[in-house]
Design a protein around this ligand. Structure first.
Ligand SMILES: CC(C)(COP(=O)(O)OP(=O)(O)OC[C@H]1O[C@@H](n2cnc3c(N)ncnc32)[C@H](O)[C@@H]1OP(=O)(O)O)[C@@H](O)C(=O)NCCC(=O)NCCS
Length: 119
């Protein structure tokens, strides 16, 4: 199930975020987290499987759609379909607004069913 990020989940979220290749540098990672905490157009979600948060997806809201900037799954849970499930659930939450990817996320998003939007 997909949950909205809250400050109490900061450490878990930072751990998951750090799997993104461009977020390995701690300073960059902190700046990214700050953006999700301060800017209402930047929204972060965590995926809970049983009792653990094992996935993360972060989006920027735009006028007609949203852009997926971050998507990551804990390495010990990869290949179980969680990435696909997160993207499907996110499209539901976004009420079928147009979904877009960045250069960094498009390789995976291309593999997911897209209800509305393009890459
Ligand atoms: C990308 C990621 C979120 C996928 O999560 P996941 O839960 O393992 O994905 P699923 O189980 O739903 O789907 C697995 C499929 O995605 C593919 N995939 C995994 N990583 C991918 C990547 N970086 N680019 C393209 N496809 C990728 C797998 O090869 C597999 O394909 P197949 O079904 O044809 O065999 C995960 O690998 C991850 O956290 N990667 C590190 C962070 C990252 O680089 N994110 C940006 C990716 S573009």
């Amino acid at each position: 199930m997909l949950y909205r990020y809250k400050k109490s989940l900061e450490k878990i979220a930072m751990g998951l975020m750090s799997f993104m290749p461009k977020e390995r540098d701690l300073k960059k990672l902190q700046q990214t987290m700050h953006k999700y905490e301060e800017n209402p157009d930047w929204q972060l979600f965590l995926w809970k499987e049983d009792d653990d948060y094992v996935g993360l997806v972060g989006v920027e809201l735009e006028e007609r759609g949203f852009v997926i900037h971050h998507v990551s799954v804990n390495p010990s849970h990869r290949g179980e379909g969680i990435g696909h499930e997160m993207i499907a659930k996110l499209q539901e939450i976004m009420r079928d607004k147009e979904m877009h990817a960045t250069e960094e996320t498009e390789a995976f998003i291309r593999k997911c069913p897209i209800k509305k939007g393009g890459l």
